[in-house]
Design a protein around this ligand. Structure first.
Ligand code: MV4
Length: 447
């Protein structure tokens, strides 16, 4: 087991990882920018190292400073959290070259999944169902036209170096195709320095369902069920739940089994998420994330398993604490992402939180790095906390969520709490009847 872990992140996830380290009796080091000297993760860690000025590229993304902080403090492993360097293959490789363990998959696995064409090719080879489309990159309009005619319109053109919704263009008919292809290629070239694009059938009303997987580091793989993350705005998740209201136990175990086997065959190590679009009872792979995700607590709530403990165990060579047959899905969990933003316009609202009071009671978890009197710096993302609610079933979970939202107090800044108070009373949400476009339509209507 590791003696000392350096946490290369900030905010609620830095605290989340700190808690797991403390429970495992591992010493902690955090790094921070000058803007985060008063942050909770700095106060709670055993040691802290200031690594640079506020802009992320000079601090939380500064590989040399972070490696130096490891050397100075004698950390034997780094947990990258999510965002920042968590899916940076070069960072994983550099740490390995310094004999420091990256708590995550190999640089090579990160690289494969970062290239969306390569990721899809790999998924297909491993037996994961993918969206019908081109076999690789498409450059010529004639070829694009042939593929589109074969799979049928509408089609979507995606950048291989994109992901998370960046660099996508939809063509509804053959007449749209040439412009869609050319703009997708030139935008991809400008944004990512790589103009490779691919074509897929455009699914019009899917849900976003992702499967939590783990490789044990010895060639084994398991799944921890799925999360439904269909409620998004501008590719930012807002509300996530486990299980998906759309799946039954049989579908869960079928897609989960496919993913677990794929992870084993890939020789993948650590936590991963296999993302699907789900429409008319079918799963279509779109991307794989090679990190711990923001919404992992809903999976923890229904399985009772600490996923950060598992990450640390696997990275240290100790394998997983559970086998597939030990992983049971109990009840229902929902996460609301509370952002320091205007609940209508979503404009960031940094400033001082004058009063912060979190809800409590059975089935309630709040993961947050803020406190009363905390000043939110303007340099980073606006997530200030996550409310995770667990109930024996979805109805109980929703009742408890409504009550918890009533108790939650954040004064001094604007937050997205009022949006969640609206959503929890909405009939479609109560019925679990929503797709990836539901939230944007709802927000446009209530303007
Ligand atoms: C799609 C799609 C429809 N058809 N691919 C957006 C983010 C990126 N991960 C993939 N995305 C999409 N890919 C095909 N073939 C629709 C989306 C999409 C979306 C996906 C998940 C959650 C929210 C979304 C919002 C708009 C578009």
């Amino acid at each position: 087991m590791f003696q000392k872990i350096l946490i290369a992140n900030r905010g609620e996830i830095a605290l989340r990882v700190l808690r797991a380290c403390k429970e495992l009796g591992i010493q902690t080091v955090v790094v921070h920018s000058t803007a985060d000297a008063d942050a909770m993760h700095v106060r709670l860690a055993d040691e802290s190292v200031c690594i640079g000025p506020p802009p992320s590229r000079d601090s939380y993304l500064n590989i040399h400073q972070i490696v130096a902080a490891c050397e100075i403090t004698g950390a034997d492993a780094v947990h990258p959290g999510y965002g920042f360097l968590s899916e940076n293959a070069k960072f994983a490789d550099i740490l390995a070259a310094h004999n420091i363990t990256f708590i995550g998959p190999s640089g090579d696995h990160i690289r494969i999944m970062g290239d969306k064409i390569e990721a899809k090719r790999t998924a297909k080879r491993l037996g994961i169902p993918v969206v019908p489309g081109s076999d690789g990159a498409v450059t010529e309009e004639k070829e694009a036209g042939r593929i589109a005619a074969e799979i049928g319109y509408p089609v979507i053109i995606k950048a291989s170096a994109g992901g998370g919704g960046r660099g996508m263009k939809v063509a509804h008919t053959e007449a749209d195709l040439e412009i869609a292809l050319q703009t997708a290629r030139s935008e991809a070239g400008a944004a990512f320095g790589d103009d490779a694009v691919y074509i897929e059938k455009y699914l019009e009303k899917p849900r976003h369902i992702e499967v939590q997987v783990f490789g044990d580091g010895f060639g084994g793989g398991v799944h921890f069920g799925e999360r439904d993350c269909s409620l998004q705005r501008r590719h930012q998740k807002v509300w996530e739940e486990a299980n998906s209201p759309a799946l039954n136990a049989e579908e869960r175990s079928r897609i989960g089994g496919i993913c677990a086997k794929a992870i084993a065959d890939l020789g993948y190590s650590g936590a991963g998420t296999i993302e699907f679009l789900y429409e008319n009872g079918e799963f279509y792979f779109i991307e794989m994330n090679t990190r711990l995700q923001v919404e992992h607590p809903v999976t923890e709530a229904i399985t009772g398993i600490d996923l950060v403990h598992e990450q640390i165990r696997v990275a240290s060579g100790g394998g997983l604490s559970v086998k597939q047959e030990d992983i049971k899905f109990t009840g229902h969990a929902i996460e609301c992402r509370i952002n320091a933003e205007d609940p209508r316009t979503f404009t960031p609202s940094p400033g001082t939180i004058t009063h912060f009071h979190t809800p409590g009671g059975l089935g309630i978890r709040v993961d947050s790095g803020v406190y009363s009197g905390y000043k939110i710096p303007p340099y980073y993302d606006s997530l200030i906390g996550k409310l995770i609610v667990h109930g024996r079933n979805r109805v109980e979970c929703m009742m408890r969520l409504r009550r918890a939202l009533d108790e939650f107090v954040v004064d001094g800044i604007k937050t997205t709490l009022p949006l969640f108070r609206d959503l929890v009373g909405n009939a479609d949400i109560a019925n679990g009847d929503y797709d990836i476009h539901w939230l944007e339509k709802y927000l446009a209507q209530s303007e």
